[in-house]
Design a protein around this ligand. Sequence first.
Ligand SMILES: Cc1ncc(COP(=O)(O)O)c(C=O)c1O
Length: 395
Amino acid sequence: MLDAKTLKKDFPIFRNQPEFVYLDSTATALKPQSVIDSLTDYYSTYSANIVRGVYDISEKATAAYEETRMVVKDFIGAESEKEIIFTRNATESINLFVNGIKDTLQKGDEIITTIAEHHSNFVPWQQLAKKRGLIFTVVSNEIFEVTKKTKILAITYASNVLGTINPIEKIIEEAKRANPNIIVLVDGAQAVPHMEIDVKKLGCDAFAFSSHKMVGPTGVGVLWVKEKLLETLSPYQYGGDMIRSVAIEETKFADIPHRFEAGTPHIAGVIAFKEAILYLKKIGLTAIHNHEVELAQLCYDSLLKEFGNDIMIIGPKKRQTGIVSFVLKGVHAHDVAQLLNEDHIAVRAGHHCAMPLHTSLNIEASVRASFYLYNTKEDVKKLCNALKKVKTVFI
Ligand SMILES: Cc1ncc(COP(=O)(O)O)c(C=O)c1O
């Protein structure tokens, strides 16, 4: 079991704002002291560029940067650290993959994605399909037809709105049975911070996620791609650090993964990302998952009991992740969020970068409360009490 009250002490933001109820970890998670210290340590003691330097602090920074790559590799069960590319965020990871794979696709090839995708795993594929004359198929559940024409399946592991986890292993197994050549990219942005991941077991070809949703720094993302496939992808950006040699006539590119990491990266962020992973591992992903699902279920049950027909909660009765999205009938989501803010409660209001999903549900906007390792039952109670006040104002 996880002791959220004790864990809260690791997050200095609560020392600075003791009243603060943070229910927006799906957007970005708070940062523990160890991550903040790691950032400060880099900038104050070995703030040099990586790879190029032959002096002590540059070598130290390079070693620390590469150590994170090893930690990420183990954390997601990758075969080799060569498969781990550092990007700015999950969005850039997916765009990098789309760009890398685009030349292997031909007019009439099909890309399948789902209605529940975050825009990051929807718009890049949609735009590619438009430019290249590809078929862009959007499915609304896990039962869909894969044919020889289906070249790409781009699917999220966990929804950032519905509070659901897709049965990814089964979906991939069936897709690959129908077409062994299909390439599957999994958007793991809402999965990696909350549950054990083993990319080999999942059977996907590529996997994307962000550090900032897993108590790490902003500005750091990861794209994992199977080594054999990664070797065939075109580079995303050209410039320094991704080359082996450059002449007027020709450029030879560096080996993977460096071929995909042009320019100076977010060195401090990548180094501190290691501390974030160690922090999550110390608590245990299963304990984190169980804790947030328990809070989300308590929230779901309490809201339904309190508001009955005045509330529409999106997604299943049995919560699978720490997310509870809802619509208070007759009250705009932004009004709800603004009133909650007066009680020091931070929730998200809007379409949560999932407009196709909201449109399909016939909703313009929803309120999303999301729970993580530092949230408590007290937070659920405060949310419910504050929503009762909203009800007295509007309903
Ligand atoms: C499911 C999902 N995919 C992708 C993203 C994009 O992440 P980022 O903004 O870090 O690129 C998000 C962010 O909320 C998300 O929830």
